[in-house]
Write a protein that binds this ligand. Structure first.
Ligand code: G6Q
Length: 551
């Protein structure tokens, strides 16, 4: 984008009554170093901590003073966060551009809760599907479900993309410790044939189940991979009847599922009020459930629900998702922070940053408000990250000494899942050391006191004043994973509400789905068709056709 994104609308964040107080606070805080803020308040490290449901958020190493959170909370209240939260939880159509309710919280509502959409209780539907998923998962896990030739299923391949892939992959990797190690579980998403070929090359079709996960059941990548999977199976099993034993579907589109040849008895449904990136706890989690079992999956849902209730009811001063969302907004607005780094010190969370990229950036990558007027402030920052300590040996340099301010979320667990010597203490020591160094840095005088030659002093000085959130839980288990995901879901919601945007549509993604479809026939026509793109696209199409046909 070349410049400001447009004029302020009437109802923008900056026109809220609480806004000037926040601007004043920012002016007071900006000149103060975290060293000074800590020195001036010895209790800060214990006071600026919020705990709920076994999660402990230390937000003391943020560039805020004792007034900042109350003023951010006033902004949240002013922006109607409470009311909009209730609207979401009660099934109002808050996704205005798609005219849909946003009810991922109903996916983890306990059995017996009543949440109505158009007079119909959706929680009963949710549990009906969960029960079917549980009995199917049990049959796969026990070996009761047999493939076409009578062999039990040993391999489960999830075919899906975006919201129908990232959540299940992340959850499977995160909960691998709890998974059935006799099952091979893989995920195919990319339309690049390499993904499918590499993930299936060593598998026996007689023992392989494909879970075709697609809300629409029309997505180009997923349907292309699903067709290749069907050919791969039938080439070995030789009989169309095999599809019933080796393919199940997760979708909202029964007609397309039946058209593909999957018996709708083997279809697990969900609903239009579940957004793709909010669907890992719906039937889209079938592969996760097969891997870890229905009881563990239920524990994950209970973790989600615990944070849902916390977000809905806790005062914002002690509300973890609200605090995290408000702090993200604080840096985006007042410190020009364009990114947030998520750094889990837990190898099992290796795909958590990638998962959060979709959740956060697809939700809040918007430049107009609900009423269509352009925002005049930055919205969703870029999320990125890698598990610690690996990142420390690469990009942390820029976080410590570069010119960009990058707020970091450091996530760790009191207990590791694979006790081995002193690995875990070493891992956690790195969390604390990094947060400390980022906040307090090392002054030139401290560097000199170490005997460093004068010309190297600027290079070895660390300015500090780099903000971090430090998030701790007891250990990574299914419930904790559910809590972590819900934490970020509601943080995203907090930000989106204050920015006044629709966090639940994704028109940019929809664009991508249609654009390529126009070009495919132009690549596949025998004779080069008349091309009516721009000159660059036309030339690229010609160069590709020539290069491919030479081969
Ligand atoms: C998520 C997005 C997007 C979607 C994929 C897959 O919120 O809408 O990532 O999940 O494009 O869509 P299908 O599930 O319909 O195949």
């Amino acid at each position: 984008m070349d410049g400001p994104v447009g004029p302020a609308g009437e109802s923008g964040m900056r026109s809220l009554a609480s806004w000037p107080d926040l601007v004043d606070n920012r002016a007071g805080v900006s000149g103060r170093h975290l060293r000074e803020l800590f020195a001036g308040d010895p209790g800060r490290g214990e006071q600026m901590v919020a705990e709920a449901e076994g999660l402990r958020l230390d937000y003391s190493k943020n560039r805020i003073d004792s007034e900042t959170v109350p003023r951010l909370v006033a902004l949240a209240e002013d922006a109607g966060l409470r009311e909009r939260t209730e609207a979401m939880f009660s099934g109002e159509r808050i996704n205005v551009t798609e005219g849909r309710a946003v009810l991922h919280t109903a996916l983890r509502a306990p059995r017996g809760t009543v949440i109505e959409v158009a007079g119909h209780d959706v929680v009963a539907d949710v549990h009906e599907v969960l029960d079917r998923m549980a009995s199917f998962s049990d049959r796969i896990r026990s070996g009761d479900w047999k493939g076409h030739t009578g062999k039990p299923i040993r391999n489960v391949i999830n075919i899906g993309i975006g919201g129908s892939d990232l959540g299940p992959v992340m959850a499977y990797r995160a909960l691998r410790h709890y998974s059935d190690r006799d099952l091979t579980v893989r995920f195919v998403s990319n339309v690049d044939a390499t993904d499918f070929v590499e993930k299936t090359h060593d598998l026996d079709p007689e023992e392989t189940l494909f879970v075709i996960a697609s809300k629409t059941f029309t997505t180009l990548e997923t349907m292309t991979n699903a067709r290749s999977a069907r050919e791969w199976s039938l080439a070995a099993l030789g009989d169309h009847a095999a599809v019933a034993k080796h393919f199940v579907a997760v979708s909202t589109n029964a007609e397309e599922v039946a058209g593909f040849g999957i018996d709708t008895d083997n279809m697990f449904g969900f609903w239009d009020w579940v957004g793709g990136r909010y669907s890992m706890d719906s039937a889209i989690g079938l592969t996760t459930m097969i891997a870890i079992g229905p009881e563990r999956f239920a524990e994950m849902l209970s973790g989600f629900h615990a944070i849902d209730e916390h977000f809905r009811t806790a005062p914002y001063e002690r509300n973890l998702p609200a605090l995290m969302g408000l702090l993200t907004l604080w840096y985006a607005e007042f410190f020009g922070a364009e990114t947030v780094a998520v750094l889990p010190y837990e190898q099992y969370l290796e795909r958590f940053p990638a998962y959060l990229q979709q959740l956060t950036m697809e939700s809040n990558g918007k430049h107009v408000r609900l009423d269509g007027t352009a925002v005049d402030y930055a919205t969703g920052p870029i999320f990125w990250g890698e598990p610690g300590t690996n990142g420390q040996h690469s990009f942390y340099q820029l976080i410590h000494q570069g010119t960009h301010l990058i707020p970091c979320d450091l996530i760790f667990f009191a207990r590791g899942l694979n006790p081995l010597g002193d690995h875990h203490d070493l891992l956690v020591a790195n969390v604390f050391a990094q947060a400390e160094a980022l906040a307090f840095g090392k002054t030139a005088d401290e560097v000199r006191a170490e005997g460093v030659e004068e010309h190297l002093v600027p290079h070895k000085t660390f300015e500090g004043n780099r903000p971090t959130n430090v998030l701790m839980a007891e250990r990574l288990d299914p419930a904790t994973l559910g809590k972590l995901v819900a934490l970020y879901e509601h943080s995203v919601f907090t930000q989106g509400t204050i920015w006044g945007i629709d966090s639940f549509d994704q028109w940019g993604v929809e664009l991508g789905k249609t654009l390529a479809k126009r070009i495919v026939p132009e690549l596949q026509a025998r004779e080069e068709p008349e091309l009516e793109h721009d000159s660059s696209t036309n030339a690229l199409i010609r160069a590709y056709r020539a290069g491919r046909d030479r081969g």
